[in-house]
Design a protein around this ligand. Structure first.
Ligand code: MD6
Ligand code: FE
Length: 219
């Protein structure tokens, strides 16, 4: 990451949208680094391919996942957890590229979480029609640390609820380059992603899928 964060006169202006207590969408925050982030994903995929995972209840998630960093989030009939070894390859997860780490730390700081040092990056790949059901992120050890989530490729509709599953849910579009940062009072809020729509007029349709990077301090 060289130069000023936003030194490209043609880049859209970043702005902050508050979506809850200690939860924001940093609009366009990562737009400058989309190409490099996508390259990073391709390199990671070559070492730890995307795969669908089974839930402890025996369902198959529709979203395909990989990871980079010291730990990866995995799910199977035995439960949800973080693991240093990719169960598909038997190797450690690919290293987290420096740019990934820098973008995540800078976004966290912008959102008021200084000193965020992610050790895990879960990479979700959404094909058209796939979704992420409402869930809480609660497999991390230190709930004082936020989660930073970077959207790439096709747009999606993000669902953001409250601490209880039955709490009302708000919906927000997430576009390529948007970064969600949340922690503090919202850290355990339910959230998910609506089924991904095909939109051939969408400028990012060339990517054909949506990727989401979620950075965590897992251990
Ligand atoms: C997604 N995101 O945007 C799924 N979790 O594809 C998440 O599950 C998520 O965006 C915690 C914090 C931010 C997120
Ligand atoms: Fe989540």
């Amino acid at each position: 990451m060289t130069g000023d964060l936003f030194d490209d006169a043609c880049a859209p202006t970043p702005w902050v949208q508050v979506i809850g207590d200690d939860a924001v969408i940093l609009r366009h925050f990562a737009i400058e680094w989309v190409g490099e982030l996508l390259e990073g994903i391709a390199n990671i995929e070559a070492l730890s391919p995307f795969r669908r995972q089974q839930t402890p209840g025996g369902f198959w998630m529709s979203v395909s996942m990989s990871n980079c960093g010291s730990f990866g989030w995995i799910s199977d009939r035995k439960g949800y957890r973080y693991a240093a070894v990719d169960p598909v390859t038997g190797n450690l997860w690919p290293a987290m590229p420096a740019l990934f780490y820098q973008v995540a730390a800078a976004a966290a700081e912008q959102a008021g979480f200084k000193g965020f040092m992610p050790d895990a990056c879960l990479i979700n790949r959404y094909e058209i029609g796939t979704k992420m059901s409402l869930h809480q992120d609660k497999d991390e050890q230190d709930m004082s640390q936020p989660i930073v989530s970077v959207s790439l490729g096709l747009p999606a509709v993000f669902m953001f609820g409250g601490e209880r599953r039955q709490d009302p849910v708000q919906r927000f579009p997430l576009l390529q380059g948007d970064v969600v940062v949340w922690g503090g009072r919202s850290r355990l809020n339910f959230h998910g992603v609506m089924p991904l729509k095909a939109d051939l007029n969408e400028p990012n349709a060339q990517v054909g899928v949506r990727y989401n990077l979620t950075f965590r301090k897992a251990c």
